[in-house]
Design a protein around this ligand. Structure first.
Ligand SMILES: [Zn+2]
Length: 190
């Protein structure tokens, strides 16, 4: 799937908004991503997952399972795993720490693809990679639907994204959009 096609799918579903936004962090940005809106359509989720699976297969050999951090990554892991014909797992936070729960098991030596919906800092992907390696598994590659760091995050393994965006965020008093007199809106508040 071409980058433009991915971005068109995101825009048409409202998953990629353009304007002037106040993010949860308090920072201002000209774009806002809400992947749940594109993934709510199962056909789109399957198409995006299949495309990510194909892209990851060019980076590394086949995995034994795919794993993502909850909640945002669950559907992505599920759809990538479906395409590859392997297990789709997720790790979730318990007292702030990502863990395997619900009886999910990683056997020593098993190989993994680690996926996410959006890479913002790479922190959640890295934590999920740690969950795999601490269980004795091997991370072959990492992938996301969107990389909003402009491709700058180094995860120490081969990585790919269906679309790479460079989305700067600004403190309110340094926001170029505010300087033009525009008002930031909180996404989802309307
Ligand atoms: Zn602003």
């Amino acid at each position: 799937m071409k980058r433009d096609e991915v971005l068109r799918m995101f825009k048409e579903s409202g998953a990629l908004l353009e304007g002037h936004f106040r993010l949860t962090s308090g920072l201002h940005s000209d774009r806002y991503l809400q992947c749940a809106l594109v993934l709510q359509n199962p056909d789109q989720a399957a198409a995006l997952g299949a495309a990510l699976a194909e892209s990851m297969k060019t980076l590394a050999g086949p995995p034994d399972f795919v794993i993502a951090p909850a909640l945002g990554g669950i559907l992505v892991a599920h759809e990538v795993a479906r395409k590859l014909g392997v297990r789709g797992l997720f790790a979730e936070r318990q007292e702030g720490v990502l863990k395997l729960r619900r009886g999910f098991e990683i056997r020593p030596g098993e190989k993994a693809y680690v996926v996410e919906d959006v890479v913002t800092t790479g922190g959640s992907t890295k934590e999920t990679m740690d969950v795999v390696t601490q269980a004795g598994g091997i991370v072959l590659a990492a992938g996301s639907l969107i990389d909003r760091t402009g491709g700058r995050t180094d995860l120490g393994v081969p990585r790919t994204a269906l679309a790479v965006l460079d989305i700067p965020a600004f403190a309110a008093d340094e926001c170029p959009l505010c300087k033009t007199g525009s008002q930031a809106v909180k996404p989802g508040s309307r």
